[in-house]
Design a protein around this ligand. Structure first.
Ligand SMILES: Cc1cc2nc3c(=O)[nH]c(=O)nc-3n(C[C@H](O)[C@H](O)[C@H](O)COP(=O)(O)OP(=O)(O)OC[C@H]3O[C@@H](n4cnc5c(N)ncnc54)[C@H](O)[C@@H]3O)c2cc1C
Ligand code: SF4
Length: 510
């Protein structure tokens, strides 16, 4: 018989490890293990979400007639690691093979590759077919290219999957990308529909109790808990997005509004990343909404680009560049993560809002992660290891394959421009244009220097100056370096002094 291991982010009924399962004899192993819940101190909601979804998935497998060996975290004999649990299951079931779908994280795969030697049993690691580009596809695409720009990869994916392309392979509407239409600032009185909120059931209630008991010192609020934990619920959440929010997704994709943590985004990354939804079905549903006239092209193309483009592309970069990618620090950033990233105790209203919402929801939408939190981490020169750890901890959709390229590549430019053609650095005026945060801030966004000036304003120029030797040659930063070259010595000194004062304040916690 085979022992089939299913990991917590592999909750898909069509997962490759279940192909050709022998229902009479094979045993499926699923385990909640301490090592995975604590290798970083994940947000409480994230742990509850994954454990509850695992328990529901195990129940569905049993209902299908499969034999499931499930270990709960509080099982007194729980060995605490995947390998330990596999060893225990081997003793009980005496399998001749272990079958598993390739884990999504390098660290786990690296470990698993030793299992055959450690256990003396054939361990078959099957490809994860839920992604739309295989490792080989991406490697082929990347081969011999000087620059690995997402846009060109995305066009190939559109053609390959025939999404929003006509019979001649030309893009729907004549353009591949409608991003320029997707930058509307928020207007007053936006009517943002409520996001999907699931009712908890007995399984989820039990898991919530367990998480409260075992992980009291982990970041984040456990209550209220409202994530979908089954495929049916996740499908409902997807449909709700397509029906209610997709039409505005494009226009307000980059907009931020105080008190509106969810905006017109889809809130499905949690579900796709653990396998409750497939990326292709999400794209196809959006495409169908365009075809039946319920959502405009800029919204549908923008949404599909995130999934068929960005999501597959960052995974491709991850597997192409690991394990070196984990240690990159092109700009030599070394400042410690300020304490306010944990308690939101800062006078910068934009940061306070995004961190508070992250703590409450284990979610922030893309532009908050990128242009508020990420922008700050970049221009303040925060250490990539600490920033990566924070992003891994705080978001319920965080797995290293997707988190690391977004942090190291997209926000910190720590890979020297492999992923992003220029650093996403911006001053307060960008934040003021795209949000209403500045209206309620103790700092003045229009002031460039002085104690009450918006810190993003002087930190932006301090960042440009600090990294001039590495960034000046970037053609996309020509305008900024030209402006910097015309600044007076007094102005540059004021920027330096303000930045030094600010750094001192954040390091001593004041
Ligand atoms: C610093 C930083 C860290 C991030 N960390 C994660 C992470 O740990 N896990 C994660 O899934 N996403 C991460 N993202 C990408 C993106 O912010 C989230 O996928 C998105 O906010 C999830 O919310 P949503 O489902 O409402 O997305 P929407 O805005 O509705 O987008 C639809 C889907 O597109 C995909 N997507 C969008 N942008 C990206 C991207 N840049 N990379 C990969 N997939 C993308 C997601 O699957 C998402 O569900 C990160 C982005 C940044 C800038
Ligand atoms: S003034 Fe500056 S710190 Fe305050 S909310 Fe605006 S951008 Fe953020």
């Amino acid at each position: 018989m085979n022992l089939i291991l299913i990991l917590g982010d592999q909750l898909s009924h069509n997962i490759s490890s279940l192909d050709n399962i022998d229902v009479e004899n094979d045993v499926i192993l699923m385990c909640e293990v301490w090592d995975e819940a604590t290798y970083v101190k994940h947000h409480k909601k994230k742990i509850a979400f994954i454990f509850s979804a695992m328990r529901h998935f195990a129940k569905e497998l049993e209902e299908k007639g499969y034999s499931v060996h499930y270990t709960q975290l509080d099982d007194p004999d729980n060995a605490g690691s995947f390998l330990g649990e596999v060893k225990r299951a081997i003793k009980t079931h005496k399998p001749s093979n272990i079958i598993v779908t390739e884990p999504s994280e390098y660290r786990v795969l690296d470990d698993m590759r030793q299992w055959e030697d450690d256990l003396g049993i054939t361990t078959e690691i099957r490809p994860d077919q839920r992604f739309l580009a295989t490792h080989q596809d991406f490697t082929e695409w990347a081969k011999d290219r000087k620059q690995l720009r997402m846009e060109y990869f995305y066009r190939e994916m559109r053609k390959k999957y025939k999404i929003l392309v006509d019979e001649d392979g030309k893009p729907e509407g004549g353009e591949w990308n409608y991003d320029s239409e997707n930058r509307k600032p928020p207007k007053d009185g936006l009517d943002v529909p409520n996001t999907y909120t699931a009712q908890t059931d007995d399984i989820t209630d039990e898991v919530i109790k367990l998480v409260a008991e075992k992980f009291p010192d982990h970041f984040g609020d456990l209550h209220p808990f409202y994530f979908a934990v089954t495929r049916d619920q996740a499908l409902y959440a997807l449909n709700k997005f397509i029906d209610e929010r997709l039409k505005n997704f494009g226009d307000y994709q980059d907009a931020m509004v105080q008190g509106e943590p969810w905006m017109y985004h889809s809130h499905i990354s949690f579900y796709i990343n653990i396998g409750l939804l497939t990326p292709l079905e999400c794209c196809e549903r959006a495409e169908a909404a365009y075809a039946d006239g319920t959502a405009p092209l800029n919204a549908v193309e923008g949404f599909i680009r995130q999934i068929l483009g960005w999501r597959e592309y960052v995974r491709g970069i991850y597997w192409l560049k690991m394990p070196e990618y984990e240690n990159l620090n092109h700009l030599g950033a070394d400042r410690a993560l300020p304490h306010f990233f944990w308690d939101a105790n800062t006078k910068m209203n934009c940061m306070r809002q995004c961190i508070t919402e992250t703590k409450e929801n284990a979610y922030a939408h893309h532009i908050q992660r990128l242009m508020i939190l990420g922008n700050f981490a970049l221009i303040a020169g925060l250490n990539p290891d600490e920033v990566n750890e924070w992003y891994m901890i705080v978001y319920a959709d965080a797995y290293q394959w997707v988190e690391l390229p977004n942090v190291t590549g997209m926000i910190l430019f720590a890979d020297g421009g492999l992923l992003a053609s220029k650093p996403y650095a911006a001053s307060g005026s960008y934040i003021n244009k795209m949000s209403d945060y500045c209206k309620n801030c103790s700092y003045a966004v229009t002031k460039k220097n002085g104690k009450d000036a918006c810190p993003f304003n002087y930190l932006y120029w301090d960042f440009m100056q600090r990294n001039q030797d590495k960034l000046e040659g970037n053609p996309r930063l020509g305008f900024s370096y030209n402006t910097l070259s015309k600044m007076s010595n007094e102005k540059i000194k004021a920027i330096k002094d303000d930045s030094q004062r600010f750094f001192k304040e954040i390091s001593d916690g004041s």
